[in-house]
Design a binder for this molecule. Structure first.
Ligand code: OXD
Ligand code: MN
Length: 627
């Protein structure tokens, strides 16, 4: 349970409203104790328990419009929709300020930032002390996954940001129904968030609020042993909507390790073949590498249908029949807006017709939103994401590259009717994909679960604007989970190996995909987007046993002619270039993988992955040592 470091009451603390503390009727008294502790620490003007109703949404959005945090969009174009402009210094996840506070630093491992939990707790308590003065503290009970579902988990987020409350209303099942589910003894994750800008200073003087308050000091902290989250200083979704990355990935990955399941950065789709056979695929891609596009794929090849179950996170657990079942723990999409349009993702474009919160995109003069890629022709004039006049001649981007839309999943025209199923869907195949301009072929199938885990563990991808820092740098991003595994990555690899042992013959086949190969001029060779259905077709035919593959050291590759490229502007030679084994590149890759594996503690690192690397190296005829 949440432990707040004992510290004196801040002098300017006001008693939280009677509403918060007269909560005897609550089904779980631990929650009210925690809420009362947090209220004493953070000293808000009032405490509001969120109920998740439409009336509450209307009240909050009206209030934020009045305060200047939200701009109401023209209801003729975008009913019940809003634009938020963040502070330019608070636009993305802050990986360098994200910490795993395990008792033992080795349990955080070499890929995470670690802080001593007791020191961190003290430091955070200092920061949170009085941090909500002059503000309202909202208490958001929420469920990740359908309320009461066997694979679902509860959390309670406290926040002083109404933008976070409205976003959580779209992204989670929250409010009264979730609270009722947290009966005595039901585990729940305490998730504390503050933007870190009190409106009443130490001198007792009230100051003006800003449209997007945030603090230069940011901490996104996870306590895996006590399963708690503390997030300070940022209002950006990935740092502040604590059900998402913090809970559903970092804390849930720890729960999954301890309890024998998987919490993954994966979309889930339901694919129906022309013969009406149904398959569910889970696919991991790093942030802003097209997960939402693949999740909403509108196939160009006749007879195929893809429906959406989730676009970002999958929780997967062996079901009673021993097969892997997955739920999407979220209730909405927090998608990257730039690059999303009728040409690339018509389904997403239709999903955000209304009831949507947009963040850091441009405002058209007619009161609708715009971003690069929404329409081929830009508007003649707009207001950019920072509130400045913008025209196509400005030479700047109208929308921030990590501008976002937040919308409920049930507005998606391609949502599958089983997306909400509490027992989840049976996963028939797992895909791993990164943004790799070279080396990794368009598609390959692992010969075994171990080789599939090797594919996941050796994923690398170019960085994107979803996190602060340089864009376009190739980095190892195992399982697309580099920023999201809440414990030692070597242990995480071992957990994947163990899951294969547990699933045994029911372990789904694993594939690697790469839509991002480029030619000598840096142009993408594969058309991507809806045409990725052709790769999905090959994968499904492999699952059905209806198609052979060429066995190579990097897995099974498509035979010439088996990938349908009819109607594409892609000749057989270009296709061969992206579907073949590039032995020279792979010998270099194997050397880089060996170096990468050496960054992990040899004791914790699974021998199965070493063996995979050894056999890859042997089959490639040795490695090329790096310069
Ligand atoms: C996201 C991310 O927002 O991965 O989904 O950053
Ligand atoms: Mn993501």
């Amino acid at each position: 349970m949440a432990l707040l470091a004992p510290r004196p009451m801040p002098t300017a603390a006001q008693e939280p409203s009677a509403q918060a503390l007269s909560a005897e009727a609550l089904p779980n008294h631990d929650i009210s104790d925690w809420v009362a502790d947090v209220a004493r620490l953070t000293a808000p003007d009032e405490v509001v328990w969120v109920d998740g109703s439409t009336a509450e949404w209307d009240r909050l959005t009206k209030m934020m419009v009045a305060q200047g945090t939200l701009i109401r969009l023209n209801p003729e174009w975008r009913p019940n929709s809003f634009l938020a402009r963040s502070d330019p210094a608070d636009v993305a996840r802050v990986e360098d300020r994200t910490f795993i506070c395990s008792d033992d630093p080795n349990d955080a491992g070499p890929t995470n930032n670690w802080r001593d939990p007791s020191i961190m707790r003290l430091e955070l308590s200092e920061l949170f002390s009085g941090s909500m003065r002059g503000r309202t503290m909202y208490v958001i009970p929420f469920s990740m996954g359908p309320i009461g579902g066997a694979l679902s988990q509860y959390g309670v987020q406290i926040t002083d940001s109404p933008y976070v409350v409205a976003s959580m209303a779209l992204m989670t099942r929250m409010g009264t129904a979730a609270l009722a589910g947290i009966t005595p003894g039901t585990p729940w994750v305490p998730a504390l968030h503050s933007v870190g800008v009190p409106l009443v200073g130490d001198d007792g003087v009230r100051r003006e609020d800003s449209a997007w308050p945030h603090n230069d000091t940011k901490y996104i902290c996870h306590f895996p042993e006590s399963r708690e989250i503390w997030s300070f200083g940022s209002g950006y979704g990935g740092n502040a909507l604590l059900g998402k990355k913090c809970f559903a990935l970092r804390i849930a990955s720890v729960m999954a390790r301890d309890e024998g399941w998987l919490a993954e950065h994966m979309l889930i789709v339901r694919v129906t073949s022309p013969e009406n056979r149904v398959f569910h695929l889970a696919a991991a891609f790093p942030s802003a590498c097209g997960k939402t596009n693949l999740a909403m794929l509108a196939p160009t090849i006749p007879g195929w249908r893809v429906e959406t179950v989730g676009d970002d996170i999958a929780w997967m657990r062996p079901g009673p029949d021993g097969r892997l079942r997955a739920i999407n723990p979220e209730r909405g999409f927090f998608g990257v807006a730039p690059g999303t349009g009728p040409a690339t993702n018509p389904t997403a474009t239709d999903t955000i017709w209304g009831n949507t919160i947009f963040t850091n995109v441009a405002l058209r003069d007619d009161g609708d939103v715009w971003w690069e890629g929404l329409t081929a022709a830009p508007p003649a004039h707009a207001t950019d994401w920072q509130g400045n006049d913008w025209t196509p001649a400005s030479g700047t981007r109208a929308a921030h590259p990590n501008g976002r839309f937040t919308v409920a999943a049930d507005q998606c025209p391609s949502i599958a009717d089983d997306w909400n199923s509490p027992e989840g869907v049976v996963i028939d195949a797992i895909l791993f994909g990164g943004r790799r301009p070279s080396t990794v072929p368009l598609v390959s199938q692992a010969a075994s679960w171990q080789q599939g885990v090797f594919m996941g563990a050796t994923m690398a991808s170019e960085t994107t604007a979803a996190a602060t820092g340089e864009v376009g740098l190739l980095r190892h991003d195992p399982f697309a989970m580099l920023p999201f595994v809440g414990y030692n990555m070597a242990d995480y690899f071992a957990h994947w190996i163990a899951m294969g042992d547990a699933l045994c013959d029911n372990a789904p086949p694993i594939f690697s995909v790469n839509w991002f190969r480029t030619d000598a001029d840096g142009r993408f060779i594969w058309p991507g987007f809806s045409e990725n259905a052709r790769v999905i077709e090959w994968i499904v035919r492999r699952l059905e046993g209806g198609m052979d593959a060429r066995s190579t050291p990097i897995g099974g590759l498509p035979l010439a002619g088996d990938l349908d490229i009819g109607g594409l502007d892609l000749d057989a030679e270009a296709l061969a270039g992206i579907t073949d084994l590039d032995t020279a590149a792979w010998r270099r890759e194997a050397a880089a993988i060996a170096e990468y594996f050496d960054t992990f503690d040899a004791e914790r690192f699974p021998t199965e992955l070493r063996r995979e690397l050894d056999s890859l190296t042997r089959e490639l005829g040795g490695v090329v040592l790096p310069d």
